[in-house]
Design a protein around this ligand. Structure first.
Ligand code: NDP
Length: 501
């Protein structure tokens, strides 16, 4: 028994995480259902990885499990869903009391809650750990969101903290590494204990929901610059590169700048202009939006991003509809600097709303599932390694440090100020999008949320009247304390003048 940890599932995430673990001085046993993939991986490691001696391949599950030091820690990076159950069941006969399975896949949190319970009954610990950062994150430092029992976490903690992304503990700036065999030393590690059972996977799911809307908003900013200002892709890319120096600085803005300036390898202009406009999705954004509906959390911008992808996938229908359904002619704007500034405001304000919605949703979930989550720490974990890493996450950490019971991110003084300053430009951009018939559903959904949230009065008074009229659902009154419910024996339909005194 000499492996410090084991890993099952040698697709892109598994291979990269295994190498990251080995780079940090741990011996890692690896296994894949199809042994050819394991053998290829080991061959490739030998050819080019400085830490290859610490990666040990096994073709059969028994020798794999037996090679790991007890209590065993076995990471799963297999396709999320039933493959995870199949893999757990295959491992079970070889595991012993106290061994720990860590699921790093994008599992549905309710599956994680179920698995933790089932395995606990068998004396096996289960950690559901969100892993974010894609291939490069897994290789050089992901953002890790582990949950399970504290006991299991303390066993995994040293490895998880070593391999995670590192950020400056004060400024939150990511500490860059990025060389095989040479891990980053020091800094705050983006691997913090999240909570019990499904909390880690839940938080990872919401992270993905935020990622959906973050990407959608950036796409809308690009689309408005292209359509309202007639800017070519590379020029828009340069605007994003400029934005990346300020409060919008983030991984997604940075790669957007690069993507927009990328020429088509086939020689036909810019690559982005030749990529088909139909978005794919794997489901975590949809899960987030669906759960927001279930919990009654107003995450409309996150949902708008999921709908926008769904709409984009109807390419043939859209092409046909573009010939049939009328819209206004686009009138190009001439004051380029002013419009670019307004689009920047729209992007920043909408992004703040996206995070406000994400945290509001997590808050609802922690009540529903009896978790106690640390929001400031969450923002800090997302500061490095993951796809939504952004400079402004430090502001979120600061906001929760200032007030751990903050009801809504927009109520923190920094964010209130940002919204107050940016809202005029944000409105102007949406107005231009509407009058010119340019879809901007992310910006518009975020603004609807903002305006709804800041409205002391909403027309839900009429709604309650309607509900009481047709269904005797009762209503509360403005002139009575909350919790007192009234019902009116409404006069006949069409004869309100017969109202009761
Ligand atoms: P995949 O999601 O494509 O999963 C491939 C792995 O799952 C292979 O090892 C494969 O084995 C195994 N597998 C598939 N079906 C079964 C089955 N029925 N029974 C047992 N094993 C099965 O790989 P990725 O590396 O992309 O992702 C791994 C996990 O990490 C997933 O849960 C994913 O959601 C998550 N994730 C992925 C990210 C990414 O950027 N790709 C980012 C963050 C998380 P075999 O080779 O034998 O087919």
């Amino acid at each position: 028994k000499n492996a410090d940890i084991g890993l099952v599932g040698l697709a892109v995430m598994g291979q990269n995480l295994a190498l990251n673990i080995a780079d940090h001085g741990y011996t890692i046993a690896v296994y894949n259902r199809d042994p050819k993939k394991m053998l290829n991986f080991i061959e490739e490691c030998k050819a080019k990885e400085p830490s290859h001696e610490r990666v040990v391949g096994h073709a059969d599950l028994a020798s794999f499990v037996l090679s790991i030091k007890r209590p065993r820690k076995i990471v799963l990076l297999v396709k999320a869903g039933s493959a995870t159950d199949v893999t757990i069941n295959a491992l079970l006969p070889f595991l012993e009391h106290g061994d720990i399975i860590i699921d790093g896949g994008n599992a549905l949190w309710t599956d994680t809650i179920r698995r933790e319970k089932e395995l606990a009954a068998k004396g096996i610990e289960f950690i559901g750990s969100g892993v974010s950062g894609g291939e490069t994150g897994a290789r050089f430092g992901p953002s890790l969101m582990p949950s399970g029992t504290r006991k299991a976490w303390s066993s995994l903690e040293p490895i998880w903290r070593d391999i995670a992304a590192k950020v400056d503990p004060v400024t939150g700036t990511p500490l860059e590494g990025g060389e095989p065999g040479k891990p980053v030393q020091g800094g705050f590690s983006c691997a913090e204990y999240i909570g019990p059972d499904g909390a880690g996977h839940y938080v990872k799911m919401v992270h993905n929901g935020i990622e959906y809307i973050d990407m959608q908003l950036i796409c809308e900013a690009y689309w408005l610059m292209k359509n309202l200002l007639g800017m070519p892709a590379d020029e828009i890319g340069k605007v994003f590169a400029e934005w990346n120096k300020g409060e919008l600085s983030s991984f997604l803005i940075e790669i957007t700048a690069d993507i927009l300036q990328q020429r088509d390898p086939g020689g036909k202009g810019f690559l982005v202009d030749n990529i088909l406009d139909t978005a794919g999705q794997k489901g975590t954004g949809q899960w987030t939006a669906a759960n927001a509906l279930e919990l009654g959390a107003p995450a409309n911008a996150i949902a708008a991003a999921v709908y926008a992808r769904a709409l984009s996938s109807l390419k043939e229908e859209r092409v046909e509809a573009s010939r049939i359904l009328k819209g206004p002619e686009i009138v190009k704007e001439t004051d380029k600097p002013a419009i670019i500034e307004a689009i920047k405001n729209a992007l920043y304000c909408s992004k703040i709303c996206a995070y406000a919605q994400g945290f509001q949703l997590i808050d609802k979930a922690q009540v529903a599932y009896n978790w106690k989550l640390n929001f400031g720490e969450l923002a800090q974990i997302w500061r490095g390694g993951c796809i939504i890493r952004a400079r402004f996450l430090q502001k979120i950490t600061d906001a929760y440090a200032l007030n751990s019971r903050l009801k809504n991110l927009m109520l923190d003084p920094y964010f209130t100020n940002a919204m107050n300053e940016g809202q005029a430009g944000w409105r102007k951009v949406i107005a231009l999008a509407v009058t010119n018939g340019i879809p901007a559903q992310g910006f518009a959904a975020a603004l609807a949320y903002y305006d709804g949230y800041r409205s002391a009065d909403l027309p839900a008074n009429l709604l309650q009247g309607q509900r009481d009229f047709f269904g005797a659902h009762t209503y509360e009154r403005k002139d009575h304390p909350r919790g007192q419910f009234f019902h009116l024996d409404w006069p006949e339909k069409g004869r309100p003048e017969l109202s009761i005194e």
